[in-house]
Design a protein around this ligand. Sequence first.
Ligand SMILES: NC(=O)c1ccc[n+]([C@@H]2O[C@H](COP(=O)([O-])OP(=O)(O)OC[C@H]3O[C@@H](n4cnc5c(N)ncnc54)[C@H](O)[C@@H]3O)[C@@H](O)[C@H]2O)c1
Ligand SMILES: [Zn+2]
Length: 357
Amino acid sequence: MPRELIVDLGARSYRILCGAGLLEQTGFLLAGLKLSPSCLLVTNATVGPLYASRVEASLQEAGFNSQTVVVPEGEAAKSLAVAARLYDAALEAGLDRQSAVIALGGGIVGDVAGFGAATFLRGVPFVQIPTTILAQVDASVGGKVAVNHPLGKNLVGAFHQPRLVVSDLATLATLPLREVKAGLAEVIKYGVIADAGFFAYLEEKVAAALALEPAVLAEIVYHSCLIKAHIVEKDECEGGLRAILNFGHTLGHALETLTGYGALHHGEAVAVGMVAAARLAQARGWLAAVEVGRLLNLLKQTGLPVAIPPLEQESLLKAIERDKKTRGGTLHMVLPRRIGKVEVVPVSLEELKTVLF
Ligand SMILES: NC(=O)c1ccc[n+]([C@@H]2O[C@H](COP(=O)([O-])OP(=O)(O)OC[C@H]3O[C@@H](n4cnc5c(N)ncnc54)[C@H](O)[C@@H]3O)[C@@H](O)[C@H]2O)c1
Ligand SMILES: [Zn+2]
């Protein structure tokens, strides 16, 4: 039986299902959503050949007419040009306002397909079938959709909640190990920001998680979604609380920018960012050394980097400052008080320097 949870957002509430072998049930699961028969399945050249035929067959069996669009690999897919291709395909396939756009793939496919769904006909139903750990525990939940701009990632986007999220854990079997580890960085983040018990579970099960043990994966994906869902329910459009999801991301984003996107995977950059934030909290006397040690240890056991790569001080601070500008004025960071509890607080560059260099 799949595990199920509901993201409670009033009229925009939706179900998240996670379990093995759900791809084959896609059509049946969509049949309850009062959708038009025509729909668009968006995937990429890696995931499509592995899994699209199962989804297509299931949709067909349930009476849907699906048209499949393959978008490019990598961040290049998150562009207005690719979104325009989705509109063309949606028109060709005869989508109407009750037709679904279905994303089958990692966070990149989800973000661009979701952006297409949010904007086509001023918004059509969107369904997520995430196939990476990162997408299952993070990108598919919460309704943020976006494409990139030459000046920065995710600069053009919307909040458009999915109507359903179907996380088939069996798809993770083909995921490269590096992607598994990067996804687990965000899972560890959830433990630190919201749930000490979950963090302890991860400490105990890290080897099983890396080996993709089904029961452990199920618990990890379900529990992470639960934590994110609770946060999103309280703050759908990022007015306040949702900011705690950015733990490890201030330095993480700066590292991604400076090392060039792709060199350091997002999850790897976040791992380093979490260590820096934890050290800062320790320097403030907030976080006990033993807790910093536990975080460091868990990240290392997951196979994630924990040391800041050698970068020029000036450019690193500049990249962090740029991040601050987009949020208006003062640099804010998410700092742990203890594992399971964080606060968003102003941090000066001087203070940051003491742990960065
Ligand atoms: N919307 C949000 O709230 C949100 C949150 C976090 C991240 N994101 C976005 O998500 C993106 C990153 O997502 P990602 O880490 O999933 O990367 P991704 O989509 O690039 O997927 C990683 C790689 O794995 C491949 N892949 C996917 N599923 C596979 C499978 N089952 N088997 C084999 N290979 C598979 C992909 O083709 C890709 O090469 C970023 O663009 C980020 O901005 C969005
Ligand atoms: Zn992240």
